[in-house]
Design a protein around this ligand. Sequence first.
Ligand SMILES: [Zn+2]
Length: 525
Amino acid sequence: MLSADLVILNANVITLNPRQPRAQALAVKEGKIVAAGSNDEVGGYVDGETRVLDVDGKTVVPGFVDCHVHMTGFGQQLQALDLRDVKSIGDMKDRIRRYAENNPGKTWILGGRWDHERFAERRYPNRWDLDEAVPDKPVFLVRVCGHVGVANTKALKLAGITRDTIVEGGKVDVDEVSGEPTGILRENALNLVWRVVPKSSEAELEEAILGACRRAVEEGLTGVHWIVDSPEELRLIQKLWREGKLPLRVYLGIPAKLLDEAVRLGLATGFGDDMLKLGFVKIFADGSLGARTAALKEPYSDKPETSGMLLLSQRKLNQLILEAHRAGWQVAVHAIGDRAIESVLKAFSKVLRRHPSMNHRHRVEHCSVLNPRLIRWMKRLGLIASVQPHFIVSDFWVVDRVGVERARWVYPFKTLIREGVVVASGSDCPVEPISPILGVWAAVARKTFKEESLTVEEALKTYTVNAAYVSFDEDKKGIIEVGKLADLTVLSEDLFSVPPEKIREINVEMTIVGGKIVYEKRQNT
Ligand SMILES: [Zn+2]
């Protein structure tokens, strides 16, 4: 009998494999599953070299994959000063001072997410508050909304902001008495500071990336569809891959601005190995519902003078998709409003008519504002709906934004699945939390338009089976089966047996990638 590297016993294994839905034990050798069955059946794989994990009835599922995440941005957010829970300006000063002391290497103190509505003083912080905390380094902290920020004197100086600064589409607040800038900057005035903030050093970027990977595996992810923004990022990911430091599998999404270069080099989707692989090219068709920049067919219900905007003309969109498709790239188009989605479907129709392909697996990212006609059209074209369930929770204002009739067709996951569209899930972190457990909970326990809520199995599949399909990996992963990669997430409870509302409380106990334990929750003894 084979001896295994790792054997998991006394588990509640949910395989998502229709031929053997449940198992009690698993054996792993050389990164792959070699046996699934009862303790007795799998126990024979144990020899002196085998690591044996008795998980004491805990639940094991196929490793979660996040199909849409900005890992570097997430890592940078983790590194930045987070003032979300600050209750007073005094407290804010302490936190800034301490952060500066603990991060002596940082030339700028950046971060924010403060909310003056929570402050005892009920006023905006100002440059003089910040100067008291850190006088010798520039400090720039953005409010939780992202539309207002506060800078200290040093940062204002570097940004060249004075009492006379005028910004189109923005505002530099000034003191009523002295006429000097208070440090509060609004909208486009924020860019005056961003312009002078130095780019992250390579070491900082690497630290951010590693931090994001650490958090991702803590949340139970064994793979991510990682949307990169720059060649620097891509170089660092490759470096970590070479050094064996990537704890989870990466499927890369490159920005449209790098498509020409990639095509010229002859690169295409699928190049790489099981740990790091070229994925898709990401194209933007519109903006967001939050900012009312998503392109709708009819005006916004709470701002009838606007209906958002398309970022590309139909011609340009057709061209981009054509170029990527012909060069062998999977295409992922960000489209949120129904007008944007329609434009994207038109483009795909045209391209696929001229260059048919049975196996393109092109995807629409977010595809938020749908309707039955668009859903059937997506199905006909074989497009994947790459969705982020937690938006259901965060976009609680959606009925105000688009009215109840259209809101019915925002995030209609159940109808998508019923109509035969492949639905894959992700987080869009750092916009939303990276936890796939929260995503499953949001899709299952939704409170609005409940007819669109998913069963636990459907939701789980969007992060596993379907995610594997999206990266052309369905023969390698997505379910627990002999011969598949040993990517596993161990959970504190069975998500099928807890009430839907409790799914969010389930903990990740352990994350295993290719048979290697990349995260293990510390036992509090
Ligand atoms: Zn995104």
